[in-house]
Write a protein that binds this ligand. Structure first.
Ligand SMILES: Cc1cc2nc3c(=O)[nH]c(=O)nc-3n(C[C@H](O)[C@H](O)[C@H](O)COP(=O)(O)OP(=O)(O)OC[C@H]3O[C@@H](n4cnc5c(N)ncnc54)[C@H](O)[C@@H]3O)c2cc1C
Length: 460
């Protein structure tokens, strides 16, 4: 990087907070997608003013800038594919305000999601979005990806919990969207535009979240099934029976196998699928819903219902569920993860298709995920990373996407496009949508400095 620009960057953040040594650069070169691209420098601003000064400078010199939270994204979103600056949000990590009376909070983007949730418990409040990565991912990364988690079935995804943002634009201007109120329809909804925009339209520097009262009680169940089809059909039937769980997660036999030692009791060999189901709310409401669930399960010959008996059992169940993605590497290190979504009633067809696809292409495919909202994680694995195997996986991925779209679904529910799916967006989006999105990108970022190479395959 040009020494004069580097000097100017150092003047903005201080020498200690601008890193250019190779070891440091490597630490910021990868994410959950397992690709690696080296940046030219990593900066650690600690205020909106510093972010604004950095972007103004970068824009003037047409230097790429990629915002980074925890780097846990699965689609390469935080990777500097064209070099330039990594703008690390780790020092923008303060909870600025918790307004318990109005049930809102204002946070900086580098706050860790799980730590925010823990802090809110002191106020008996809940910030529902709960990605499985919540112990390390950040609220900024969640906003930029529109992260979801098990609780989305009842409480929605990140966009449903954010009511306002402060964003620094590519030219250094500071934009405030939304506000502290639940409602607000003055002008376009720019808050929603930025959520899920993967750092391509601006750098988020403040987030206003809406909060919920912490539910009085929660009951956790495991549903084990000797029939994959019955288990997946049950997902839609539960909701059709007026049971609204706050989580409804699914694991297939392979997923169960890799985390079985973490579950409270090891499942029997003939178990083909498992659902984790939770119901929360006031005590009477929960009791009523549990009764309905038990009645429903009595009509399901291949499914058994088991209630978690202690906090420890609940912790073990969730530890097992959240460990599926990393544990899958034990099974096979060459793993591609997709997070497709289909309407709930089409889950059985999707899962059946994945089984057949694995057999046809000689690949190990495991499925698990947020069945309650139709968001199924499909992990495709090959024994080794040869050119031929990479081609086979790309073909399998294309066939999977075709099937998902045929079933009325979408290619990604929460992981976004990044650079790993950019070649596929044309399968889902029509020409007009892509053109409008590219025009928006140009409007916000005319010099294409913000996270270039993401979402659109042809963007600079
Ligand atoms: C084990 C594991 C489990 C996971 N489970 C889930 C899950 O259940 N649900 C789910 O949704 N995801 C899940 N993920 C994916 C990932 O954790 C989420 O996408 C998360 O939102 C990324 O947050 P991050 O802080 O790591 O962001 P990063 O990976 O650092 O960045 C993600 C994107 O956000 C942008 N960005 C970051 N900060 C800002 C900012 N301040 N302003 C503008 N753009 C910004 C980056 O440029 C990038 O495009 C999982 C990942 C792992 C490794």
């Amino acid at each position: 990087m040009n020494a004069i620009i580097l000097q100017k960057i150092t003047a903005i953040v201080g020498a200690e907070f601008c890193k250019t040594d190779k070891e440091e650069l490597h630490c910021y070169s990868y994410d959950g997608s397992k690709q690696a691209f080296l940046p030219d420098a990593v900066v650690f601003p600690d205020s909106t003013a510093q972010v604004a000064a950095l972007l103004k400078l970068a824009n003037k010199h047409q230097l790429p800038v990629t915002a980074r939270g925890a780097g846990s994204g699965m689609t390469g979103g935080a990777l500097p594919v064209q070099g330039g600056l990594i703008l690390a949000c780790s020092r923008l990590n303060k909870i600025l305000e918790i307004d318990a009376e109005n049930q809102i909070a204002i946070v900086q983007p580098g706050v860790i999601t799980g730590e925010f949730q823990q802090e809110l418990q002191k106020y008996k409040l809940l910030y529902p979005p709960d990605p499985a990565s919540l112990k390390f991912c950040t609220l900024g990364g969640n906003a930029a990806e529109c992260a979801g988690g098990p609780s989305a079935i009842k409480y929605g995804v990140t966009k449903d919990s954010i009511i306002g943002l402060e964003v620094v634009l590519a030219n250094g201007d500071i934009l405030n969207t939304g506000g502290r109120t639940e409602k607000g329809v003055v002008g376009y909804d720019l808050t929603r535009l930025f959520i899920g925009s993967e750092g391509t339209l601006g750098v988020i520097t403040k987030i206003i979240t809406r909060l919920q009262p912490l539910p009085e009680c929660r009951e956790t169940f495991l549903i084990q099934s000797t029939s994959l089809q019955q288990a997946t059909q049950l997902v839609a039937r539960i909701l059709q029976n007026n049971i609204l769980p706050c989580t409804l997660e699914y694991m297939d036999k392979t997923a169960i196998h890799i985390v079985s030692d973490m579950l409270p009791t090891p499942p029997a060999d003939d178990i083909q699928a498992m659902l984790i189901l939770e119901i929360d709310g006031h005590k009477e409401h929960v009791q009523g819903q549990v009764k309905q669930l038990k009645t429903l399960l009595q009509q399901e010959p291949h499914c058994s219902l088991q209630q978690a008996a202690s906090r420890r059992e609940i912790r073990d169940i969730w530890q097992a569920r959240r460990s599926i993605s990393p544990a899958a590497y034990k099974l096979n290190p060459n793993k591609t993860s997709e997070d497709v979504v289909v309407p709930r009633t089409r889950i059985p067809e999707l899962v059946h298709f994945c089984e057949a696809l694995g057999k046809r292409r000689n690949l190990t495919i495991l499925t698990f995920g947020h069945a309650g909202d139709g968001n199924i994680h499909v992990n495709i694995m090959t024994p080794e990373q040869s050119a031929q195997n990479i081609d086979t996986v790309t073909t399998a991925k294309t066939e999977l996407f075709q099937e998902v779209l045929r079933l009325g679904g979408t290619l990604s529910g929460e992981h976004g496009v990044g650079n790993t799916k950019s070649a596929f967006i044309k399968m889902e989006l029509d020409k007009t949508s892509i053109k409008i999105m590219q025009q928006l990108k140009t409007l916000f970022d005319p010099n294409a400095i913000l996270n270039p190479g993401k979402i659109f395959p042809t963007a600079k």
